[in-house]
Design a protein around this ligand. Structure first.
Ligand code: ADP
Length: 267
């Protein structure tokens, strides 16, 4: 079934089972410094298979750096990241092979979609599976069309990104990330560059993915989304996780003054 790209229970093609406790992603002691600036000061994170973790926090608190560290786009100075059965210890500089292995475990959806302007929507979606994963074109094409259907854009397959609205482009970005069949989906403020009226359609696709059992880590300021979709919310400030827990605790009854101040400011 070409359309079936839903995660199974970690026994999928790339085979990266969660551990016995059901934890798919585990990060420990992530530290990152940019010159004088210590951006991550020891981040620990556990995300169970099929669950959604939402990172919130002020601008500059380190959310994007955490996300990028999880798939090796940023190389932490210390700490470990395990996704499924791939583990990288950043105490020593990772080899290219280790980074490629880690990157293959997750797909990132960026703030701006980064679609290739000269390729059609469908070509954008299947580019990764074709060139990075070297999978057969016919198979990949069928899956790509099914994914476009899934994000409500089947009719746009042959159009080019500039012919689409920002929300539609971002949905293509999601389809493109899904096409790589990752264990884990990472979202870096996927709606923050969109006009307000286009935010809902993207969040709705993300909500569907969560309901289908995708494991997701989402950086967002959309507190209502966090409230209704997250299994855990982590509040970052100054490179540390100040408070974490289920949304009804962190968002509704925050214990830390810094969390309260932040929520007051954005709500
Ligand atoms: P957030 O996503 O919470 O806004 P970021 O992780 O993007 O925070 O950034 C955290 C801090 O690290 C900010 O002060 C930012 O300016 C700095 N930073 C991020 N990336 C780099 C980089 N490549 N070089 C230097 N400083 C950076």
């Amino acid at each position: 079934d070409a359309g079936n790209t839903e995660p199974t229970d970690g026994t999928g093609a790339s085979g990266s089972p969660a551990d016995e406790a059901g934890v798919l992603l585990s990060a420990r002691g992530l530290h990152k410094r940019f010159d004088q600036l210590e951006v991550l000061k020891g981040i620990d994170l556990d995300v169970r298979s099929g669950s959604v973790a939402v990172l919130i926090g002020p601008s500059g608190s380190g959310k994007t750096t955490v996300l990028r560290s999880l798939n090796g786009l940023e190389i932490p100075d210390a700490g470990t990241v395990r996704i499924g059965d791939v583990e990288v210890d950043f105490a020593t500089a990772p080899t290219k092979k280790q980074l490629v292995g880690l990157r293959a475990q997750s797909s990132m959806v960026f703030q701006a979609h980064n679609l290739f302007p000269h390729l059609s929507v469908l070509q954008n979606v299947i580019e990764g599976p074709l060139t990075v994963q070297r999978r057969p074109r016919e198979e990949v094409r069928a899956e790509g069309l099914a994914l476009l259907d899934r994000v409500g854009l089947a009719s746009k397959a042959e159009q080019h990104p500039y012919q689409l609205s920002g929300g539609q482009q971002q949905r293509v970005g999601i389809a493109r990330a899904l096409a790589l069949k990752p264990q884990l989906m990472l979202f870096d403020e996927p709606t923050s560059a969109l006009d307000p009226e286009l935010v809902g359609e993207v969040l709705s696709v993300m909500k569907d993915l969560a309901a289908e059992g995708w494991t997701m880590v989402v950086v967002t300021h959309e507190i209502r989304f966090a409230q209704s979709v997250a299994d855990q919310v982590l509040f970052l400030d100054g490179g540390v996780i100040v408070e974490s827990g289920p949304p009804e605790a962190v968002l509704t009854d925050p214990q830390q003054p810094r969390t309260r101040t932040f929520l007051h400011r954005i709500l």
